[in-house]
Write a new protein. Sequence first.
Length: 314
Amino acid sequence: MDVVLMFPGQGSQKPGMGKDLVEAFPAAREVFASADDALGEALSTLCFDGPADTLTLTRNAQPALLAHGAAAWAVVRDAVGGRVRAAAGHSLGEFTAYHAVGALSLKDAVRLVRARGELMQATGTERPGAMAAILGDLAESIDALCARASADPDGGLVVPANYNCPGQVVISGEVAGVERAMVLCKEAGAKRAMRLNVSGAFHSPLMAPARDGLAAAIASAGFAPPRVPVYANVTADAVTDAATAARLCVEQLTSPVRWTELVERMARDYPDALFVELGPGSVLTGLVRKIAPGVATASCGTTADVEQLLAKVA
């Protein structure tokens, strides 16, 4: 059975994440110990015990999610590694994917996403913005609605940020633009339009001030060629070389996450593979079921999940 790896992005973090893996598996324990060492602080304690408000801070959530995804992968790697044909991650999760396929060492990856989180958090403070989830089918494209809101005298810059699945898109930009776009989306048939609790206008042009800092952090970390293709958020294309990986991870800051298109391509390229989400929760598994319902999926973030996955691939 072929396997496609998937890693979640910010929003999936929660206190207790990874704790039972560490208690059950030495490989997971080693990953969290290495993450603590890389950052010079007890990230593991924050993951296991919270508090939630501190864990949710962008600078903390990003390395926490990478550590949990890396720990889950370390536990199943020997059994599953030879079956992996591709990988992907949603936003922050793309960095975890590159670690899993050998393009980034664990310590470099943890330090890199801590830097990314700090840059994004600081930029969100300097250039305040907002994000909102738009649910339901629209009579007009989300791109057109955002363009209208951006041009409206009562609006402001707003763009699509995450094409998550049919009927679920996230928009991002200036507060006035997001608020205006929410009204237009409701008028176009959206079932719900709700603001998200985030610290900035991620995946929008408002994140541009963070690009140089992230590019420097990526250059310092140094990407190696991935052992298997990683499907990129920015283009939905399969990436097989280090230079493209590094460039697209910078562009991702200000570009939309094309998750729907990305999953469609992976499902076309690997229709018989098991799509495995590694990390807390099952957000990506749920999205894949909506995008490509014929694809087999599994979540792997707990000890029970590990046992079920190993039974599937045995």
